[in-house]
Design a protein around this ligand. Structure first.
Ligand code: NA7
Length: 533
């Protein structure tokens, strides 16, 4: 019987993105029989769905790749400092082929419900094809930004033109040449789309609710950097695992803003700005803790926006002021602000002209109806918890949605009490979205695999956090978050972009290296805080 035909598995993994694929590889190596269930028609997760023009990773490609296999690491050659979506998808497909992964993946199959049976100590997993499978363990590799947030604008269905979501972009592309196009949303997806399509479209109108802080990518060919890193890749990766964000930011060289003279501050900001990328936010150790340090960085970015955008009124609208820099996800841009110097691009500030409704011809905002051939919605995701609570998950005492109604509760972002043998990769209350996802994914997959092997060795069938350990971790995550300026922004880190979602700061902000030390310590101490039976 092939594993596709079986209904009962050692492990079911949900999702065939970077996390699910690596989990499959590790479990196979450890001798488990695994079935991966994936909603898409192929591997890739985020990079399968988000095919919008200009889609690109904002963590550097030498860091945003698997580290588990030295040969894979050496043989793959990235072409750019920041890899584009097609190149990342090629890489994921290459991995799927290299390790012959597709034979254990069922595609176009979405998990709708999961129920724990206390007697058999197994999960029953029901999918949208009506089929049920059982497994001793379920591992949710469902991604942190995988369930789109789809605001329901009045009259949306009346719009007679083309309407697209960046998070589910048509696979055969969209011809935008010469068309009148609107983009709603100015987070990373919006910025990348706007920058890419502005030269192609007839006219572009951007609907902005909150302006974003963006740092230049200085993207370009990467070959010489790859040559430099590859001979010492193992050490390079280990440094990433112990770093704050899961990638190199020259942290050792970083001092405190409060202790740095003004000319030193300027020099450091200029150096980081000319290096480009997300490390700008780590210019000083106190940027996310000290309002004055934060404001210095924010003002530096505002100055750059004023330099780049010729029209002062537009520049002012594009200038973020209402929240600390870094408290919402930073964007990395490749000429975004300069786009507004083009004659065919205009900006609508939704603070001044809120969207009233969509019509057959376009969008009514403020007093004006603007007409479009195409509307593109780049409105984000139900982050971190959305994919987990979208499934009807029933544990020993109720559903996950009920348990998390006032915000997620996890131990280490890996498991939640009352849901035995259910693991999460990059779950809430782990560093996940505040890190290089690849570093965090590999750490969680390795941790989970070792935990399963530990259970097998000692003859245990069940693992679950102790409630007190979970409570402590939730408190720790909240306390560390509260030490920072991050809860001051209405961000998706807080669940603030989803109407009705409880506002709780969801990621662990203590850093990837610190988190690893805690996770390793828990494992070494015999999975302290977990009950193994
Ligand atoms: P984001 O960062 O959540 O951005 C979504 C954008 O859409 C943001 O500008 C939102 O404004 C805007 N938005 C959301 N809902 C609305 C409504 N109803 N009306 C107007 N504007 C709205 O998602 P992205 O996909 O860009 O990026 C996600 C992550 O992917 C990114 O951080 C990287 O990790 C990769 P708001 O700021 O909420 O006022």
């Amino acid at each position: 019987m092939t594993t596709e035909e079986r209904n009962d598995h050692d492990v079911i993994v949900i999702g065939a993105g970077f996390a699910g694929l690596y989990q499959l590889i590790r479990l196979r190596q450890a001798g488990y029989e695994v079935r991966v269930l994936e909603a898409g028609a192929d591997v890739g997760g985020t990079w399968y769905w988000n095919r919008y023009p200009g889609a690109r990773c904002d963590v550097e490609s030498i860091e945003y790749s698997y580290s588990f296999d030295r040969a894979l690491e050496q043989e793959w050659n990235w072409t750019e400092r920041y890899a584009s979506q097609p190149e990342i998808l090629d890489y994921i497909r290459h991995v799927a082929e290299r390790y012959d992964l597709r034979r254990d993946i069922t595609f176009e199959t979405c998990v709708e419900a999961m129920r724990w049976d206390n007697v058999s100590e197994r999960w029953t997993v029901r999918t949208d094809d009506g089929r049920s499978r059982t497994a001793r363990f379920v591992i949710a590799a469902t991604g942190c930004l995988s369930v789109p947030s789809r605001p329901d604008f009045a009259g949306m269905a009346d719009f007679a033109g083309e309407l697209y979501w960046t998070s589910n972009w048509p696979h055969d592309g969209v011809d935008l040449a010469g068309k009148r196009v609107a983009v709603v949303g100015t987070g990373s997806s919006g910025l990348q789309t706007i920058t890419a399509i502005a030269p192609v479209v007839g006219s572009l109108t951007v609907f902005q609710r909150t302006p974003s802080y963006a740092v230049p990518a200085h993207n370009g060919p990467i070959s010489s950097r790859l040559d430099e890193v590859k001979p010492g890749y193992a050490e390079f990766r280990e440094e990433s695992r112990l770093s704050r964000l899961g990638f190199h930011c020259g942290e050792d060289a970083t001092g405190y803003y409060a202790e740095t003279p003004a000319d030193g501050v300027r020099r450091e900001l200029e150096r980081r700005w000319s290096d480009g990328g997300l490390c700008f936010t780590l210019s000083f150790r106190d940027v996310l803790f000290d309002a004055e340090a934060n404001e210095a960085l924010a003002e530096y970015v505002r100055e750059r926006i004023r330099e780049k955008v010729h029209d002062p009124v537009t520049a002012e609208k594009l200038t973020p002021r209402s929240y600390p820099i870094g408290a919402k996800r930073m964007c990395v841009d490749t000429g975004y602000f300069e786009v507004y110097n083009r004659d065919n691009v205009s900006l609508v500030d939704l603070g001044e002209e809120p969207i009233e409704r969509f019509t057959e011809r376009g969008i009514v905002a403020g007093d004006a109806e603007r007409e479009f051939d195409v509307i593109i919605l780049a409105t984000g995701f139900d982050a971190m918890t959305g994919a987990l609570t979208a499934m009807d998950v029933r544990g020993t005492e109720g559903t996950l949605s009920e348990k998390w109604a006032a915000g997620p509760r996890t131990y280490l972002g890996l498991m939640t009490a009352g849901f035995p043998n259910l693991f999460m990769i990059t779950g809430p209350q782990s560093p996940s979205v505040l890190s290089n996802m690849m570093t965090s994914i590999e750490y969680h997959v390795d941790w989970i695999t070792r935990a399963l092997e530990h259970l097998r060795t000692r003859g245990s069938r069940r693992m679950e956090p102790v409630v007190a350990a979970e409570d402590n971790w939730v408190n720790t995550t909240n306390d560390v978050g509260d030490l920072t300026l991050m809860p001051r922004a209405a961000s998706w880190y807080m669940g603030a972009n989803i109407p009705g979602k409880q506002r709780v700061f969801m990621p662990f902000v203590g850093g990837v290296g610190t988190y690893k030390q805690i996770g390793d310590g828990v494992a070494v101490a015999g999975y302290h805080g977990f009950e193994l039976t």
